[in-house]
Design a protein around this ligand. Structure first.
Ligand SMILES: *[C@@H]1O[C@H](CO)[C@@H](O)[C@H](O)[C@H]1NC(C)=O
Ligand SMILES: *[C@@H]1O[C@H](CO)[C@@H](O)[C@H](O)[C@H]1NC(C)=O
Ligand SMILES: *[C@@H]1O[C@H](CO)[C@@H](O)[C@H](O)[C@H]1NC(C)=O
Ligand SMILES: *[C@@H]1O[C@H](CO)[C@@H](O)[C@H](O)[C@H]1NC(C)=O
Ligand SMILES: *[C@@H]1O[C@H](CO)[C@@H](O)[C@H](O)[C@H]1NC(C)=O
Length: 271
């Protein structure tokens, strides 16, 4: 009799433990589950995702994943990883993600609309993949985004106007895709030259004077100078003239205001 009671009690106890474990997994590791959904959707011939063990409490010890002090994912660094497959909508659940670096892989399919939910994102680098379909309008919700590089894919349809509302945007590369329609010129897009849009099926920009190829001399007052910003596609080098030395001539655009120079200072301190 006593033995039987003990057996029942033991059974109940283990059921309870199992229940706690399941509840904990579900509530405590949503971000790990989201990343694991990505892993499941990708072929990984180089085993760069080998450390992505979904049974761990959180994904913070996984290679290529960085977390903040609250164990929430802030970076996913998987550029040049030879990954093949599609992105997953679950990525939109990484609410503290700041850097999503998936450039130079063989990722195909669409960019999920859900990436627009990553409102803390600072850098979205999906260049040099095989992504197709439109650039999601929802990316306009990324109001902290500074770097958006989607170049060298096969993205189609028009450039969403919503992107012009991202006031923080400093680097934009949509070149070498199959985008159509007009190039937005207002809002944050007033900064960008045709180089950001090269090699698409876009309508020509309305005739405005192209930036001259030699820096102009500072105005006598020195208050409002014409300076230059040189953004290298891969290395993101920024330069002003005449004080600072030159680098590669990938993207050249005029910087006219003190506000722009201030933005440059911020950039310099970061990169
Ligand atoms: C993409 O896949 C092709 C073959 O499918 C391969 O030749 C190429 O090296 C891959 N590129 C990258 C960047 O992984
Ligand atoms: C994320 O984005 C999708 C599509 O843009 C939306 O339908 C969904 O409600 C969003 N989810 C959350 C949790 O905000
Ligand atoms: C991706 O595109 C590249 C070049 O456009 C091509 O060589 C490669 O085979 C494609 N890979 C896949 C998996 O479609
Ligand atoms: C991107 O595509 C352009 C146009 O085909 C090509 O010239 C360039 O080399 C590509 N970029 C890289 C890094 O392969
Ligand atoms: C740019 O113009 C389009 C309409 O042409 C508008 O929808 C969009 O909100 C404008 N962007 C900004 C930042 O004003």
């Amino acid at each position: 009799m006593e033995r039987k009671m003990w057996a029942i009690w033991r059974f109940a106890f283990f059921r309870l433990i199992l229940l706690f474990y399941i509840v904990y997994r579900v509530s405590g590791n949503a971000e790990g589950d989201a990343l694991n959904a990505l892993k499941t959707n990708l072929a990984d011939p180089n085993n760069v995702l080998q450390s992505w063990d979904p049974t761990l409490v959180n994904p913070c010890t996984w290679f290529h994943v960085t977390c903040n002090s609250e164990n929430s994912v802030t970076r996913v660094d998987l550029g040049n990883a030879n990954l093949l497959g599609q992105l997953v909508p679950q990525l939109g659940q990484l609410s503290n993600l700041q850097y999503l670096e998936l450039y130079r892989n063989n990722i195909s399919g669409r960019i999920p609309d859900e990436l627009g939910n990553l409102t803390n994102l600072v850098s979205l680098d999906l260049y040099l993949n095989n992504l197709s379909g439109p650039i999601p309008v929802t990316l306009g919700k990324l109001q902290r985004l500074r770097i958006l590089r989607l170049n060298n894919n096969t993205l189609s349809e028009t450039i969403p106007m919503s992107l012009t509302t991202i006031g923080t945007l400093q680097v934009l590369d949509l070149s070498t895709n199959r985008l159509t329609g007009d190039i937005p010129v207002n809002g944050s897009f007033s900064l960008f030259t045709p180089i950001s849009f090269n090699n698409n099926l876009l309508n020509k920009l309305p005739a405005s004077a192209p930036p001259p190829l030699t820096p102009s001399t500072p105005t006598p007052s020195g208050k409002k100078r014409i300076c230059w910003i040189v953004a290298d596609n891969s290395n993101f080098l920024m330069e002003t003239c005449p004080e600072i030395k030159k680098t590669s001539l990938f993207d050249l655009r005029p910087i006219c205001s003190e506000a722009d120079l201030k933005r440059l200072d911020v950039l310099f301190s970061r990169f």
